[in-house]
Design a protein around this ligand. Structure first.
Ligand SMILES: [Zn+2]
Length: 291
């Protein structure tokens, strides 16, 4: 599932392909739960407009359109936003129904999972939104229109600080990991990064939020920022379906300390990494050096 670093990597790489370009033609797939705004209205809102900005709120990408309306994109579980010129084995294998081998087939061809296709007046590369499982979201907001999904988001994970986390945790019996995953407290921390951050901060994921000290909150906040920035630097994680907009895989998964390492030795103390379930999410930790 794309988390904040993957969404930020997507934003940085796709922004040059969107911002400052005027949309000429929009193709959208049939109405489905992916479209919170009906596809016909999405098409009309985009066609002929220039895209003027692309910002990120938590895991949401928000494109500012000429005239003040906004296109909001959430990648969900398997959403991919990329250039028509992207080359990736994983994207190309998606169109394996083509008789060409991946070597012969240089670029991705829109398939049944490609739900939005933007062509531009300059005739350059198109931009595709593809989503196999359709847990992503696409919607258009009119000028000045808000949306509860955006307004309830807490502070961005790249800007989290220990004081905020400490205050949010007071009186809470929920696990500290559950607090980190609560998007109304911190926007953008997902499962992998919560486990990795708690490992770096040496805090047990199951510890009650209300019993985590201010000093530990400072360590967790620093670790969250550190793992997020490092993951952005390495192009995100490619554990599931994420490919960058240019088709490149992320490399952060090679730097994991605990996530999906159950049964393997802790890289810090050699104890065996354990897996448990917290808030229905698979959780990985070292039973010796996380307290
Ligand atoms: Zn350890």
């Amino acid at each position: 599932m794309p988390e904040l670093p993957e969404v930020e990597v997507t934003r940085r790489r796709i922004a040059p392909l969107l911002v400052g370009r005027r949309v000429r033609r929009v193709r959208a797939s049939a109405p489905s739960y992916l479209f919170l705004t009906p596809p016909g209205r999405v098409r009309r809102s985009l066609a002929g407009r220039e895209i003027q900005s692309l910002v990120r709120h938590g895991k949401y990408l928000v494109a500012g359109l000429e005239g003040g309306s906004r296109l909001v994109v959430h990648l969900g579980m398997t959403g991919q936003l990329f250039s028509s010129e992207a080359t990736s084995v994983r994207l190309l294998s998606a169109t394996a129904r083509s008789s060409l081998t991946p070597d012969e087939q240089r670029t991705f061809r829109p398939d049944v999972h490609t739900h939005l296709q933007l062509a531009f007046e300059d005739g350059g590369p198109e931009v595709f939104y593809r989503d196999v499982r359709k847990f992503g979201k696409l919607l258009v907001l009119a000028e000045g229109e808000g949306h509860p999904r955006l307004e309830k988001l807490g502070v961005d994970a790249l800007e989290i600080d220990g004081g905020l986390l400490f205050r949010a945790g007071r009186g809470r019996s929920a696990a500290i990991k559950t607090l980190l995953l609560d998007q109304s407290v911190v926007a953008g921390v997902g499962n992998i990064y919560a486990d990795e951050s708690l490992f770096l901060a040496r805090v047990r994921p199951s510890r009650r939020a209300g019993r985590v000290t201010r000093r530990q909150c400072d360590a967790i906040a620093a670790a969250v920022r550190q793992v997020m920035l490092r993951s952005i630097e390495t192009g995100g994680s490619s554990i599931s379906d994420f490919v960058g907009p240019d088709g490149h895989d992320g490399a952060y998964q090679d730097e994991r300390h605990v996530y999906a390492r159950a049964g393997e030795p802790c890289l810090r103390c050699d104890a065996t990494v354990r897996r448990t379930v917290i808030g229905q999410r698979g959780t990985h930790f070292c039973p010796r050096c996380q307290v």
